[in-house]
Design a protein. Structure first.
Length: 121
């Protein structure tokens, strides 16, 4: 049928989010897409379907760029990021207190050497 919008409407695959608003962090010569953690600790790329959703979740000061879903996935692949979260609504607040220095002593029963591989003699 000519003029039937159902016949000419673009098909949207449910596994593709389309063009997203992607949070970035500034670098020396370019910006880099931010990588986040899931509640279980996995790494995930994040994109938002509207700039309002990005601002509501990460704040108005968060820089962003527009990327397609396949491009965002491709950027994360070399970093081992296999997940893509679209429109997350729950985030942890930014750390505002002083950071512990690298030489800070660890105390308590949960103190352990983090970030070092096994050492051999």
């Amino acid at each position: 049928m000519v003029g039937d919008s159902r016949a000419t409407a673009p098909r949207h695959r449910p596994d593709q989010a389309g063009l997203l608003y992607v949070p970035v962090r500034p670098g020396t010569h370019a910006v880099a897409a931010r990588v986040f953690r899931t509640p279980l600790g996995g790494r995930t790329a994040v994109g938002f379907t509207t700039v309002d959703r990005l601002i509501a979740t990460l704040g108005a000061e968060q820089p962003w760029t527009r990327l397609s879903e396949p491009v965002l996935r491709a950027l994360g692949e070399p970093l081992g990021v296999k997940l893509l979260t679209v429109d997350p609504t729950l985030t942890a607040r930014a750390v505002t207190g002083p950071r512990a220095s690298a030489g800070s002593p660890r105390t308590g029963s949960h103190a352990r050497d983090v970030g070092h591989g096994a050492r051999t003699a």
